[in-house]
Structure formats: structure tokens, C-alpha cells
Ligand binder design. Structure first.
Ligand code: MG
Length: 169
């Protein structure tokens, strides 16, 4: 983590839970690269990592991560009540609350995040494909949308800073 800001317990937990659920900063940086390399010559994976790191410092992002992962974990352990247990463990298409939570992340760097989020959610490259693999017995109904949203937000931030804008404060 390259940030020199004070890492709060909330941020520390959000980062740890992502890792525990099999998602690394590198995985998310690769999604950003997938989305942005065609628009920026000389884009490096390191640039992508820096932007992912910045997104993870946002409180609304940390809260979305914890809320989504908590529900995924309960669903995996069969500890939700019906009908929610079946809905979330089956990742039912009409449920939609997973996408709504993800949108709170997509929003943090403005509306161009929406386009990126929609695109990556359809393509499901890299870690997103793995998270959507239902054969592993894991539940990532919320996490796949959250990870896609973090990549989309990091892409927006990258685009804004390439345009010479400082998007943080
Ligand atoms: Mg989902």
C-alpha cells in the first residue's frame, strides 16, 4: 500500500476481507488495465494499482466491501433466513441489490464509472470470471459486483487525473 494516509481500522478490515476472499490489489489493477490500456499510452500496472489503492481509502467503498462480503459469507454458511438465503446463494438475476451496493462505489469518481462498470460486468475478465465460477461452492454474489465497481471507479480516477484534475479533495 503506497498511501501515506492514516489507515483506519475500517480500511484495514475492508482490505483484509478482500484478500481473505481471494481478491488482491493486483487482480483489481489488472481489471483497470483491461479497461484503460487502450486509452492511455504507456499505462503501467503500477499506475492501475495506485488508483485502486486510492479508491480503497474511501469510506463508502469500505462500507460497501464489508456489507457485501458479510452477506456472501453468511450465504455460504447457510446462515441467512429464507427467502434471502436461496436468492443470494443462487445469485438470482432479478435480485439486484448486489448491483445497487456496487453503484455506491461506481459513483465516487463521477459518472464515467457507470460505462466502465456496465462493460466489465458483461465481459467478466480475470478475477471476475473466477468469482463467477459457481462450481467452487463459494458465494460471491455481492463481491463480483463490488470488485467490478472498484475497477470502474479506479478507471474513472485514472481518466480524470490523466486529464490533469486532482480527484481527491
Ligand atoms: Mg452479483
Amino acid at each position: 500500500m503506497e498511501n501515506n494516509h492514516n489507515v483506519t481500522p475500517l480500511e484495514e478490515t475492508a482490505r483484509k476481507w478482500l484478500t481473505d476472499r481471494g481478491v488482491t490489489i493486483d487482480d483489481m489493477a489488472e481489471l483497470v488495465y483491461y479497461l484503460q490500456s487502450k486509452y492511455h499510452d504507456d499505462l503501467t500496472l503500477e499506475d492501475c494499482k495506485t488508483n485502486v489503492d486510492k479508491v480503497l481509502t474511501k469510506r463508502e467503498v469500505q462500507n460497501a466491501i464489508l456489507t457485501g462480503i458479510q452477506l456472501d459469507k453468511f450465504a455460504e454458511l447457510n446462515q441467512l433466513e429464507e427467502p434471502l438465503q436461496s436468492t443470494i446463494s443462487a445469485d438470482e438475476g432479478l435480485y439486484g441489490v448486489d448491483e445497487i451496493i456496487a453503484l455506491s462505489i461506481v459513483n465516487v469518481y463521477g459518472s464515467i464509472g457507470f460505462t466502465n462498470y456496465g462493460y466489465i460486468d458483461k465481459q467478466k475478465p480475470g478475477i471476475l470470471k473466477k468469482l463467477n465460477d459457481k462450481s467452487l461452492g463459494e458465494c460471491h454474489t455481492f463481491l463480483d459486483d463490488i470488485v467490478g465497481a472498484i475497477a470502474a471507479a479506479a478507471s474513472s480516477r485514472l481518466a480524470h487525473s490523466a486529464a490533469g484534475e486532482d480527484e481527491d479533495e
